[in-house]
Design a protein around this ligand. Structure first.
Ligand SMILES: [Zn+2]
Length: 328
């Protein structure tokens, strides 16, 4: 009798632990990832699309052995780190009186300022599209930093000094650098305008990939910079504060707000159908991403994998996510 009770207790405990693990799967994954990577265990199902860009160096001018600078429009530059892991792209928008750098660079060991100096003498304000390590590690080199003004970001600030939390910075997924702290010089309200002098851009709150993610809209240039909300290759919808329902609402909102002939620039390289270059997409790709997220939520999408699952979006993108209850 006693022995049977013990087994039942152990089984109930194991089930409870498994349920807890599933409910907190994004956090469990974030913590387990470095260990699984050390063991060379594949954690995500392979992509259904070829994610390798056509061979050859990325478009643009090589600077400092790391960066590729590509002009993508008047007074607008992509600053890529395409040969690196992570393969981030940052964007520099020049006005008449100031410049805006969208994302800071993915490494605390590579100063982006010499690259900026080749492009402008204007004062540069850096705005991270979200707080993950590969978008904020370079903030230590920024003179002026703008940040979206949300309760979650204000809660991390003391006298404008922001200290990132473990699951905002997500250093466990890449590099072992500690989460940085940085001084915010400009809090931007959701949908607030940044005036660069003769060029006004709007900071849109676009949660989904993370709760505090932004996109930057330059309506006159018909450009939308989306950070990790959408870019070619694999979209990440499995972070601790990723939300599939927010992802779907954000894509709906952007599709209603942004003209259909706008070009999207995301934060990660590269398209599988073009030579390596600043990762651009169209608004129809955003519509496809939104439809894929909704199908995953509805349980009608067919993906691969167990716990970490990969779903097709279109020929250029897949979506990686956990079960919707982990990323509600
Ligand atoms: Zn991210």
């Amino acid at each position: 009798m006693r022995r049977g009770f013990g087994w039942r207790l152990a089984a109930a405990g194991a089930v409870a632990l498994m349920a807890l693990g599933l409910a907190f799967a994004p956090y469990v994954y974030a913590e387990a990832f470095p260990w699984l990577a050390k063991l060379h265990l594949r954690t995500t199902p392979p992509s259904q699309i070829s994610v390798d860009a056509a061979p050859g160096p990325a478009l643009g001018t090589a600077i400092g052995g790391r960066w590729r600078v590509q002009q993508i429009g008047p007074q607008t530059y992509a600053l890529g780190e395409p040969a690196n892991d992570p393969d981030n792209y940052e964007y520099l928008l020049l006005g008449q009186t100031r410049a805006l750098l969208i994302d800071a660079g993915s490494s605390p060991d590579h100063d982006i300022r010499p690259v900026l100096a080749t492009l402008t003498k204007l004062p540069v304000t850096t705005i991270p599209t979200h707080l993950h390590f590969d978008h904020t590690a370079g903030l230590k080199f920024a003179d002026r930093i703008a940040l979206i003004d949300l309760p979650q970001t204000r809660a991390r600030a003391h006298n404008d000094e922001v200290r990132l939390g473990r699951y905002q910075f997500m250093g466990t997924l890449g590099g072992s650098h500690p989460a940085p702290s940085f001084k915010v010089s400009e809090w931007v309200k959701p949908d607030g305008v940044i005036d660069l002098g003769g060029r006004q851009v709007r900071v849109l709150w676009t949660p989904g990939h993370t709760a505090t993610s932004i996109s930057v809209s330059d309506p006159a240039a018909k450009l939308l910079f989306t950070g990790d909300l959408i870019y070619p290759t694999s979209l990440y919808g499995f972070m601790p504060d990723s939300s599939l329902s927010a992802y779907a609402a954000t894509t709906d909102r952007l599709l209603a707000l942004i003209p259909a002939d706008t070009t999207i620039y995301g934060a990660h390289c590269c398209r599988n159908d073009l030579p390596a270059q600043a990762p651009w997409l169209g608004m129809s790709d955003l519509r496809d991403a939104g439809a894929a997220v909704k199908a995953v939520e509805a349980g009608t999408a067919r993906g691969r994998g167990f716990i970490v699952r990969r779903f097709p979006v279109n020929p250029r993108m897949t979506l990686i996510t956990l079960y919707p209850f982990g990323n509600r």
